[in-house]
Write a protein that binds this ligand. Structure first.
Ligand code: ZN
Ligand code: ZN
Length: 376
């Protein structure tokens, strides 16, 4: 239909050129890391990493990034046109065997030691790559994931909009969250509202956990109807421009009992402590501890059964992972979540989660929905 054709931006629009520069800069930073590891190139096979480095969002592509010299993209015939449009500056090899084609190219170019993404390539695929050409394949760790941890302002802008969409969707759906409505219906209403507000879709499968189901951190929303006296935990987020928002709010259906208010206040205080600790240079395990100590001091340490949070970006869970057993330091412009929770078997639970950006002057909250306990 020509409607689609009309919507397509003109080839090599100024936006494509601007994004081209962004992606070129990312590839330059990666090339420097590849050179540091004494490799001649990195074969990038994780699709999300190819997208980060080229802008191409596809289901089949790979990228060869030499330490020195221009990168080469490979994709199949379905995406060749899109590749030419999105990254016109890159030579494109059109071949269904994308990684094999690039390994052959590396051998032809005399590149000796080629890094690969060992966390992505299967043993079977590794054998096929070695059969394809005479190259030395070296696991180089998660180089692109390391680069992706610190976001540029363009990425933060997309994440900010993903979170704004999430906030607006929650506000729109609030009147529908009441006794008699099923968890599943709330999930669908939230997901529809996010799309109405501009999302490409939900960033992940929404969690709606009511009453005793709130004791299960990753409860799958089902047919249980919300009841007066429930706490309802809703964990959801919008996907926008490829970036993932992640927010959790817990609300009360009808006037909450004293233990429910106490539990809510506890998790709220724990989350505030984590936010205050999320500064550049902070050890991730110390940020986790800031929240965990508050909960442990109240005697619920065992009931906070997961890590504090995780990085967000082109994936819903990415570096850095934040937990008591995790190492690493936060840096300026790293988006993370802070999501402490307390889960009491057979009774219910509370989790409060924001997406935020670590900044020198203190965190920039991207999800801004109130954290006062809403009584619906
Ligand atoms: Zn979440
Ligand atoms: Zn999360």
């Amino acid at each position: 239909m020509f409607v689609t054709a009309l919507r397509r931006p003109p080839r090599r629009s100024s936006r494509v050129l601007a994004m081209g520069e962004t992606h070129r800069a990312r590839r330059r930073r990666l090339a420097a890391l590849v050179a540091e590891r004494d490799a001649a190139a990195l074969l990038v096979t994780r699709l999300v990493n190819v997208r980060y480095l080229t802008g191409l969002d596809s289901s089949r592509a790979a990228l060869l990034v030499p330490a020195d010299g221009p990168a080469v993209l490979a994709t199949d015939g379905r995406y060749a046109g899109m590749a030419a449009q999105v990254c016109p500056e890159l030579p494109v090899v059109v071949d269904r065997q994308v990684a094999e084609a690039l390994v052959k190219r590396a051998a032809e170019d005399g590149l000796g030691r080629v890094g690969f993404e060992a966390h992505d390539v299967t043993v079977e695929h590794h054998t096929a790559l070695l059969d394809a050409a005479e190259v030395e394949l070296a696991p180089l760790g998660r180089l692109v994931e390391e680069l992706r941890m610190v976001k540029d302002e363009e990425e933060i802008g997309l994440l900010r909009e993903a979170c704004a969409v999430t906030d607006r969707a929650f506000e729109a759906v609030l009147p529908e969250i009441r006794a008699g409505v099923t968890e599943r219906a709330v999930a669908i209403a939230l997901e529809r509202a996010m799309v109405d507000e501009g999302a490409e879709g939900p960033a992940f499968e929404s969690i709606i956990a009511s009453g005793p189901n709130g004791a299960v951190p990753h409860h799958h929303p089902g047919g249980r109807e919300l009841q007066r006296g429930d706490l309802v935990t809703m964990d959801f987020g919008a996907l926008y421009g490829g970036y993932h928002a992640d927010m959790t709010r817990t609300v009360a259906i009808g006037e909450p009992a004293a233990w429910q208010r106490d539990l809510y206040d506890l998790v709220h205080r724990a989350q505030a402590a984590a936010l205050a600790a999320a500064l550049p240079g902070a050890e991730t395990k110390d940020v986790d501890a800031a929240a965990r100590d508050v909960i442990a001091d109240a005697g619920h340490g065992e009931a906070f059964s997961h890590g504090l949070g995780h990085g967000v970006g082109l994936e819903i869970h990415e570096a850095p992972l934040m937990g008591y057993d995790k190492t690493g330091k936060l840096m300026d412009r790293v988006p993370i979540t802070a999501e402490p929770g307390v889960y009491l078997t057979d009774r219910g639970g509370v989790r409060i989660e924001d997406t935020l950006v670590v900044r020198a002057g203190g965190p920039e909250l991207l999800t801004t929905t109130t954290k006062d306990l809403l009584v619906l």
